[in-house]
Each structure stands twice: as C-alpha cells, then as structure tokens.
Design a protein around this ligand. Sequence first.
Ligand code: ADE
Ligand code: ZN
Length: 328
Amino acid sequence: MRSHSLPKAELHIHIEGSLEPEMLVALAQRNGIALPYESVDAVRAAYQFEHLQSFLDIYYAGAQVLQTEQDFYDLTWAYLQKCAAQQVRHTEIFFDPQTHCDRGIPFELVHSGITQALHDAKTELGVSSGLILCFLRHLSAEAAMATLEQALPYRDSIIAVGLDSSELGHPPSKFEAVFDRARAEGWLTVAHAGEEGPPDYIWEAIRLLKVSRIDHGVRCVEDPALVEYLVEHQIPLTVCPLSNVKLCVFDDMAQHNLKQLMDLGLCVTVNSDDPAYFGGYLAENFAAVESALGLTPEQLVQLAQNSFKASFLSPAEQQLYLQELSVD
Ligand code: ADE
Ligand code: ZN
C-alpha cells in the first residue's frame, strides 16, 4: 500500500504552519497588509533555514496576515482538505493563541474560525480532529498562565496543551506550574522537547509536565536510559522528518534517525509540523522516509497504526481506524 493511500492520523501540525505562500499573499491583499516580498515565488524562495530560530522569525512574521475569523477558517479548511486528499482520517492540531492575541486579535475570533472549520471537516470530509493549545516558550510562564485562563471558557473544545517555539534556553521546567494547572483543569499535556534541546528537556517534559507524548524527541538517542524509559512506557514521539531536514537537525533525509528509533522499539509517528514551510504534508513526509530510509511496507503500516494508537481518540474510536488499516 502506498503511503498516500494508507489511512493515518496526524499528531503534530501547527495550523499557522500550513499557511501556504499563495494564501499568505492573498490574505495580505485582503487585509491591506504590506509584505516584504514581491511575489509568491519570492516568499517561497525566502524559506531557507539554518535552524529553528531562523524559521520561527519568518513564521511569526507570516502569521500577521491572519486577522479575521474567516482567515482562520480558510487556513484551517485548506489544511483539512489536504488531509481528506491524503487519507488523513484524524488530526490533532496545534494553535498558538499568543501569536495572535499579543497583536490584538481576540482569542475568541481565532478559536471560532478554527473550530468551525474542524466541525465542518467532520461532517463534510469525514476528518475527525482535536485541538491543542500551545504556549510560546520564549515568553514568560506568567504570560502562559494568562493564556491558559483566557482559554478556560473554551475548555471542552481543547483536548490538550502543548509547548512550542524556541527550545534552547527555555526548558520545560519553566512551565511546571502552568502545566500543573492545565492538568488540574482537565487537559492532557504534550511538549516539544529534544528537537534542538538536550535529552534532559525530554526528561523534564515527562517528569515535570507529565506529557502523554513528546513532540519531536529525536535527540533521545543520546541518553540510553531515556530510550529505555520511552520504550518501556511506550511514550510516543511525534517525529517530523521534512521539518528536521529543513531546520538542519539532520544533514539530509538519509541521516534521519526515524528508522533507528523504530528499531529501538519506540512508538514513533510521522508528522508534517509546518507543511507550508517544510515542503510537504503528511503523505510527502511518509514518502520521504520511505525512499530515503528504505522502510518496508510493514514499517509504513506500523507508523500508521502508531499514529492512531498515540492519538487522543478513545480506545473504541482508535479501534475503528485500526480495523480499516488491517483489512486493506
Ligand atoms: N512552532 C512551529 N513549528 C515549530 C517547531 N518545529 N518547533 C518549535 N516550535 C514550533
Ligand atoms: Zn512543532
């Protein structure tokens, strides 16, 4: 079965990272915002990154074109249509409210645009979803707590909180109190850790933030005791292959450690992270690791199975999707 036709779930996608250059230019025009680019091609040409921060600078600048509820709806809907076309049956998407609220866009507008698209995708495209609120770790823990409080009225439409943005220098421990509060309010937790940061950040995410999954986590291999713990507890890693190459975490796809992680017995999933910036959606990520690492059809099916097992769907819902995988 080709990766395009495998039923699968996506567990690591920043909705702001699905803003394609065409939509960026169209929304800038619609909202009367001047861009520092002459054309769609010039936007695309600017997407050359040396590390996470060089990407984040461009990504946060791009997000400024998102102004109205319709903009957030259109952004999310375009991504969900991609999901439907690539047999992504379920997706758990991150959004970064601080990126928008800090420039005067109301939380409720952002939330409403995104959740309306998620609702329509379920009924019109048959794509189910969950929403994960991410705190920006380069900002303060107090700012994260204020964002958490802003989100309380929307508690039932958000399944988990996460932690993203500049990793180095901003360890998970900085947000321990915020994550304690999030869990007390009934949310699950995830965190980016071990993308650029050391294995200690993964330990902190597990021990202090009590995460259900590690986002990225590829640097876990530097600490054998950590690998052993992740394997024993089957804590999933949401690995993002094209992202890792674009952000120079690995020199090229052939160097990526995804297959090594699978061979070690870790629960690995494949994800797109910021598909508009990194050259592909979920199917392209599957195809890239399949050809560069020589994954077998069985390993591709394993990755698809892991994507449902590592999701926040109920066991009964997971079973429905897993059955679809086993009959094909
Ligand atoms: N925000 C969007 N993409 C990210 C990534 N890969 N790492 C950290 N923060 C992000
Ligand atoms: Zn990410």
